[in-house]
Design a protein around this ligand. Structure first.
Ligand SMILES: C[S@@+](CC[C@H](N)C(=O)[O-])C[C@H]1O[C@@H](n2cnc3c(N)ncnc32)[C@H](O)[C@@H]1O
Length: 320
């Protein structure tokens, strides 16, 4: 197995806090690829605080955006935007259910879909959400705190071997030792408890990356069923693109990027699709200097180049 590659920027939050506002990553590059046009319909599957959505709406006066996010904390920003912007609509929900969201708003095919995976800055910086390595908080880690198992409940329920497998899958070489410590210290209740269990197993930080980084990422990924959710979205989204439509996915570690790369390469073997670029697009030095969380970002693009069966592309772009 290839261990997910990680860079210090995304993988540790032990850096001084940035502004709680979320700075949209690769914003201008995403815009160049989506090339929003008047009359176009776009889906921002990870609305967050709406940075990318606003950029799309500003870029094309007649463009419309459907925003999705499963975190209830995204809703106020979405409501504020929707109040003054009739071209924007928000649905609380999972991007793996993209198809039913599109059906709900009556959109069949769309011109662009963006998935900006991972955490927003406010999620990471709010200790109560339980994502932070730096601040102690309840061991939660759910994108939607209203549903599903918390990280604490998951780690209480799993067997030691299952925990080790989870960590190993995220490239944690000391997975067995960490799993043994976790089980020995159950019940873990806080992020501090989890971090302390990891440090008891592997020792204190030696490099720039916190020793609990991969463990936190593995647990977060399991709590939110991130691989399954991403796989469902990658299955659904390409078929909802109109001709010239673009699917853009920003990932932040190779465990996220790998399935995107493989899915896009498979699809690009079909005559209907092509890759935007062979290699992932990374932030330039200016962006990674200004926004540390952007440093591990990796953007991949898939474009539809043939009409969907029965697709009518009208000059006003209003074909369904
Ligand atoms: C990196 S942030 C997006 C930031 C956004 N692009 C912006 O500029 O404000 C990722 C967002 O995706 C949301 N999210 C994660 N998994 C999701 C899922 N399966 N379905 C819907 N939203 C999800 C998170 O709650 C978070 O708000």
């Amino acid at each position: 197995m290839t261990a997910p590659k990680m860079t210090a920027s995304k993988m540790t939050d032990s850096m001084p806090p940035e502004s709680p506002a979320h700075v949209p990553v690769l914003r201008d590059t995403v815009l160049r690829w989506l090339a929003p046009r008047s009359g176009g319909r776009y889906v921002d599957g990870t609305f967050g605080r709406g940075g990318h959505t606003k950029a799309i709406l500003e870029a094309a006066p007649g463009a419309r955006v459907l925003g999705l996010d499963k975190d209830p904390e995204a809703a106020p920003a979405a409501a504020a935007l929707a109040a003054g912007e009739p071209r924007f609509r928000f649905l609380a929900g999972d991007f793996s259910e993209l198809g039913s969201a599109l059906d709900r708003v009556g959109w069949d095919l769309v011109d662009g879909i963006l998935l900006d995976l991972g955490l927003s800055s406010p999620q990471l910086e709010t200790p109560e959400r339980g994502f932070s390595l730096r601040h102690d908080g309840p061991l939660d880690m759910r994108f939607d705190p209203g549903s599903g198992e918390t990280a604490a409940e998951l780690l209480d329920r799993l067997e030691e071997r299952e925990i080790a497998d989870l960590l190993f899958g995220m490239g944690e070489r000391r997975s067995r030792a960490i799993a043994w410590r976790i089980v020995g210290r159950r019940p873990l209740r806080t992020t501090g408890d989890l971090r302390a269990a990891v440090i008891a197993a592997v020792g204190p930080r030696r490099g720039r990356i916190d020793p609990a980084t991969r463990t936190f990422l593995a647990v977060r990924s399991a709590v939110n069923r991130e691989p399954q959710v991403l796989a469902a979205a990658l299955h659904e989204a390409p078929g909802r693109l109109r001709r010239e439509g673009v699917l853009a996915v920003i990932s932040y570690h190779s465990g996220e990027d790998r399935p995107v790369k493989h899915a896009f390469r498979r699809l690009a073997e079909e005559p209907r699709f092509e890759l935007g670029t062979r290699r992932p697009i990374r932030p330039d030095e200016d962006e990674s200097g200004a926004n540390r969380r952007s440093r591990s970002a990796c953007l991949r693009i898939l474009r539809r180049i043939e009409d969907a069966p029965g697709e009518i592309v009208r000059p006003d772009g209003d074909g369904r």
